[in-house]
Design a binder for this molecule. Structure first.
Ligand code: FPP
Length: 253
């Protein structure tokens, strides 16, 4: 087990970061598992297995560095279009990873939350993640949000549908609907918007990830494929983030 770092301020400083200007929430599109595997003549699922190890290192490094929340794109509403074998392998990996990690997540006081249409997942996956979320709900260190069967458009549709039902029931007036209300009916309403969005494997697109929440996120794209991503790459992304000027539409003198 990787030893837990107690003093994240000192740890961040040692890594060359300004601990007072770290992002609160980092979101990651973990892309390139398939390419990484195929480049080595391996099965795509080997890329996902290695991707799990990269995720483990990244999440624990994020906590050691003092981040408050990390959201990762594990399976999209569009990923069902992949082969039966790949989808099945990914579902098995999700269950295996959560069963394997739950003890360390508890020891590290990490809270697991899940975003997506969970009710459409196979029962074992659905149950495993609900169990992890319940078991860790009182943990108050890093929030680890896994986006599974997640789509940014589906998330907005689900929020608007919930509001439409309130209107239909006479509990809400249409002109009371505003950004705050739509935001408060997204999958994880308590989480702050991501400050930084990292995408691996070089593609310059959002791929239907956190469309609402990333309105003002800083975007960092690296050509490194996800299975090769590690703590060093995370620190590089955080350094780049610390050089950005965030304006949120305003003019900064
Ligand atoms: C994108 O790479 C990655 C995914 C669709 C799955 C992400 C899953 C993991 C990192 C596995 C570990 C996760 C957990 C929670 C155990 P891709 O297959 O689209 O790569 P490609 O674009 O090179 O084909």
């Amino acid at each position: 087990m990787r030893p837990m770092v107690k003093d994240s301020v000192a740890y961040a400083k040692e890594a060359g970061l300004d601990a007072s200007r770290l992002p609160t929430h980092v979101a990651i599109i973990m892309d390139g598992n398939g390419r990484w595997a195929q480049a080595q003549g391996k099965h795509r699922l080997m890329g996902h297995n290695q991707g799990y190890l990269a995720l483990k290192e990244t999440v624990y490094a994020a906590q050691d560095l003092g981040l408050h929340c990390i959201t990762v794109f594990c399976f999209s509403t569009e990923n069902w279009r992949r082969s039966h074998e790949e989808v099945g392998g990914l579902m098995q990996l999700l269950v295996y990873a959560m069963r394997t990690e739950i003890e360390e997540l508890m020891l590290r006081n990490i809270r697991v939350v899940v975003s997506g249409r969970l009710q459409e997942l196979p029962d074992d996956v659905h149950n495993e993640f609900l169990h992890a979320a319940r078991m860790t709900e009182n943990n108050d260190s890093l929030i680890f949000n896994l986006a599974i069967n997640y789509g940014g458009r589906a998330e907005v549709v689900d929020s608007v549908r919930a509001l439409a039902e309130l209107v239909q029931a006479g509990k809400l007036e249409p002109d009371e609907i505003d950004e705050k209300l739509i935001g408060s009916h997204l999958y994880c309403p308590g989480l702050p918007d991501p400050d930084l969005l990292i995408r691996t494997a070089g593609e310059m697109r959002l791929s239907n990830f956190l469309l609402w929440e990333t309105a003002y996120s800083e975007i960092y794209v690296t050509s490194t494929c996800w299975p090769d991503f590690n703590e060093h790459h995370l620190v590089e992304a955080l350094k780049e983030y610390q050089m950005r000027t965030r304006k949120f539409g305003a003019v900064v003198p």
